[in-house]
Design a protein around this ligand. Structure first.
Ligand code: SR1
Length: 354
């Protein structure tokens, strides 16, 4: 089973591999870099606008904190906008950032159809554009992601192994969000190769109250499908809602497989009787810091690869419990590399970072 799985992994990643510039290509030789920050163009403090589709929830809070810390450390002014899921508002926020002549705009989530025209406008005004979890066909745009294909494959693989290749799976999904769509592609592939992993129900909602909505939906799905043995919920708000639903119905025979991580997620996972057994995640603060580093390098006119991926890790309930980890700080202490990918970090940045 594992060897077939490896082939599947190779096939799934082969198409993107050609497009990616490896981590090695992103590293800059330390000896050739000055330890002090290069001068900002025009001698002025640069401004960075962070234009977000979503901002409620642990993932988005941690990501913003990372971005804010990095901007402060590097000496840039960061202004963030949140559209709370309203695409038209997100495009309007981007227009505002263009009008204010931001030196760089980081576009966080959003739909390509809505955001591409405003991205084009920004590029025409010579504003640097970095996207996170949003695809753009403009060649000047830098895209940051959490390698969501791998993340989706890793958590599906973890579920397949934990369930010994046989499960009646409830799947929590909402289409149209790039990271969820990529993770979905991997779950679809997994089912092709492992017919014992059978999806019997699907549900999911993204809103400002995702956890509560998914909890209600999970309860209804579990009642309609009493034979369900696993729930794949690859977003922490989904996994939190699914966990609450399983606990509400006292379904001890159902395991939850999620994505993302936060202190609240860790505390839910380690609780006695928790069905949430594994999650595939990056440190969101690290990803936020990486996006801001990309903006800084672009403002300085320095090379940044088109795709920058912060690699995910599978974190299990067993690992957290056996290491007595109850917070993000504890996790980062136990796994220092997890919160410190170092992507795009140059020596002069390291000297300024706290
Ligand atoms: C609604 S999209 C939610 C996802 O965006 C980020 O990529 C996080 O990993 C989260 O799972």
């Amino acid at each position: 089973m594992r060897s077939i799985r490896k082939l599947h992994l190779t096939a799934a990643l082969a198409s993107v591999a050609a497009l990616l510039i490896s981590t090695a290509a992103v590293a800059f030789p330390a000896a050739s870099q000055a330890a002090s920050r290069p001068a900002w163009p025009g001698g002025k403090q640069p401004t960075v606008a962070l234009v977000r589709e979503l901002c409620v929830g642990d993932f988005f809070t941690q990501w913003l904190a990372g971005a804010q810390t990095e901007a402060k450390d590097l000496g840039m002014k960061l202004t963030s906008y949140c559209a709370n899921g309203d695409e038209a508002q997100m495009a309007a926020d981007m227009q505002t950032a263009i009008t204010l002549h931001a030196n760089a705009i980081i576009v966080d989530h959003g739909r390509t159809q809505t955001m591409e025209p405003v991205i084009e406008q920004a590029l025409k005004q010579h504003i640097n554009v970095i996207t996170f979890d949003l695809e753009s066909s403009a060649p000047q745009v830098i895209t940051i992601d959490q390698n969501d294909l791998k993340l989706g494959l890793d958590i599906a693989d973890e579920m397949m192994n934990e369930m010994d290749g046989k499960a009646k799976v409830g799947y929590v999904y909402a289409a149209g969000f790039l990271p969820l769509d990529k993770r979905n592609a991997e779950w679809k592939d997994t089912q092709k190769f492992f017919p014992g992993m059978q999806q019997i129900a699907t549900w999911g909602t993204v809103s400002t109250s995702t956890i509560a909505a998914v909890q209600n939906e999970t309860v209804a799905a579990l009642q309609a499908h009493p034979n369900m043995t696993a729930i794949l919920a690859p977003y922490d708000a989904f996994a939190q809602g699914a966990t609450n639903g399983v606990l509400q119905l006292h379904r001890t025979g159902v395991k939850v497989f999620g994505s993302d991580i936060s202190t609240a997620d860790i505390q839910t996972m380690v609780k006695s009787g928790s069905p949430w057994v594994a999650t595939a995640a990056t440190d969101p603060a690290d990803v936020g810091r990486t996006a801001v580093r990309a903006a800084a390098l672009r403002i300085l006119g320095q090379y940044v690869p088109t795709y920058v991926e912060v690699e995910p890790t599978v974190i299990t309930q067993d690992f957290l419990r056996s290491h007595h980890i109850t917070t993000m700080a504890g996790l980062l202490k136990a796994m220092p590399a997890f919160g410190n990918s170092g992507m795009l970090r140059q020596p002069w940045m390291q000297a300024l970072e706290h």
